[in-house]
Design a protein around this ligand. Structure first.
Ligand code: SF4
Length: 425
């Protein structure tokens, strides 16, 4: 058993190779028996690690209480956020924790199928999970069979409803969803979707209990969490940290630059936070009043020589290309936002007009998409206009800030694809 206040937990035993099934049992102990998983998750206060931070116990109870001959558990290991590497890190370390958690969840809701989803463009995650599934099958362990599914990688393909849509009829497009609790379905079968990291925490909570889990973290944000830190750091890294650690402590552990200009929190649909606010604890309750969130567990560090407007423009352009363009806000709104940000970043004659238009466009786009993809972009743009207000003012007057002139960029943006190359499956 891992000591209750010791880190790492889900990443314990990091080594060159993923733990085998035998090593996994030797380290974490045999599977638990007896305790009610939903009660344990309730007491632990586990919230999903995929971005929405929804209470896991509530989802489990809702699915458990539904009738139906067939139910699914879907493990989301799609690593949809380009700045996130936690699914790969977890699958490279303790893949059996992910599978344990999925198995316990399946038992709790009465599911007869478990689909583990990893992007087909991410062969290392696929290999680690495939090997782990084979090891369990050879040992005769799984009561519910695992199937590995490999949808195409796109930003929105990892969105919960898009993933279920792909499993249902091989279209990786988000679906309209009313507010939760809402049950996604494959055919008629209700589906419980949980992120890979969430499953790993479920595995440990079911073994060691809620009190063990709560020995780290805060009352409102208990436990530990994985954070992918990149940008102005010695090298991109995935850390397991106790919730409640300050942003500064996390950045120090990642060997980030001493005085960052700002940090991007949550992911590409997250928010910028000014570099003067690094003493804030990394918790849901402390970040929310600042307009930020833990989201997908991403922190990107901007050094002093960066231009926040340029960085935001690059991300928004990419996000505009990543949408499925099946709704107006994505088909027209996001490219227009990206164009206005380009004008503002170039600090040309029309930069001031573009800045004013951005504010209005955000208002028009927000809440109008079938999924929350455009809302994430709006959140990012608004936070940029707030945190980089001085840069935006300079650019509006035709004066590009020094960051824009140096051309230093810290947010990794996958290659932008031309519109005509976008192919949806
Ligand atoms: S809002 Fe955008 S990403 Fe979401 S379903 Fe509509 S077109 Fe697709």
């Amino acid at each position: 058993m891992i000591e209750e206040t010791t880190l790492p937990r889900v990443l314990s035993g990091t080594s060159a190779r993923p733990r085998t099934w035998e090593q996994h049992l030797a380290v974490f102990g045999p599977p638990p028996a007896g305790a009610s998983l939903s009660d344990q998750l309730d007491e632990a206060g586990l919230r999903g690690r995929g971005g929405g931070a929804f209470a896991t116990a509530r989802k489990v109870r809702h699915l458990r209480d539904l009738r139906g001959r067939h139910k699914f558990v879907v493990v989301n290991a799609m690593e949809g956020e380009p700045a996130s590497h936690k699914d790969l890190t977890l699958a490279s370390t303790n893949p059996h924790l992910i599978l344990d958690g999925a198995q316990y969840l399946a038992h709790a809701i009465g599911a007869n199928r478990i689909a583990v989803c990893a992007a087909r463009d991410n062969p290392r995650v696929i290999n680690h999970l495939q090997r782990a599934i084979h090891e369990r099958e050879r040992s005769g362990t799984p009561k519910v069979a695992f199937e590995l599914q490999t949808p195409p990688w796109r930003y929105v393909a990892g969105e919960e409803s898009a993933l279920v849509h792909w499993l249902d009829d091989h279209e990786a497009l988000p679906q309209y969803r009313p507010d939760r609790p809402h049950v996604a379905r494959i055919g008629q079968a209700p589906v419980l979707v949980d992120n890979a990291e969430t499953c790993a925490h479920v595995a440990l909570i079911h073994r060691y209990g809620a009190a063990w889990y709560r020995a780290l973290g805060t009352e409102g944000s208990p436990g530990s969490t994985l954070v992918s830190v990149s940008g102005a750091v010695a090298r991109p890294v995935v850390l397991e940290v106790a919730l409640g650690a300050t942003l500064r402590e996390i950045l120090d552990a990642a060997h980030a630059v001493a005085r960052p200009r700002a940090v991007l929190l949550g992911g590409y649909g997250g928010s910028w936070l000014d570099g003067s606010l690094l003493d804030v604890p990394y918790t849901h309750e402390d970040l929310e009043p600042l307009g930020a969130s833990i989201g997908a567990g991403v922190i990107v560090v901007l050094a002093d020589d960066a231009c926040g407007i340029v960085e935001t423009q690059r991300v928004v352009r990419w996000m505009a290309n990543e949408s499925a363009r099946q709704c107006g806000p994505c088909a027209f709104g996001l490219p227009a936002l990206a164009d206005d940000l380009s004008h503002l970043a170039r600090a040309g004659r029309d930069a001031g007009v573009a800045r004013d238009r951005l504010i209005e466009r955000c208002r028009v786009i927000e809440g109008r998409g079938a999924c929350r993809h455009p809302d994430g972009v709006v959140r990012l743009v608004r936070s940029a206009l707030r945190v980089f207000a001085d840069d935006a003012a300079d650019h509006s007057r035709g004066v590009a800030c020094s960051g824009a002139l140096t051309g230093s960029t810290y947010v990794r943006v996958p290659a932008l694809e031309r519109e005509e190359e976008l192919v949806w499956e």
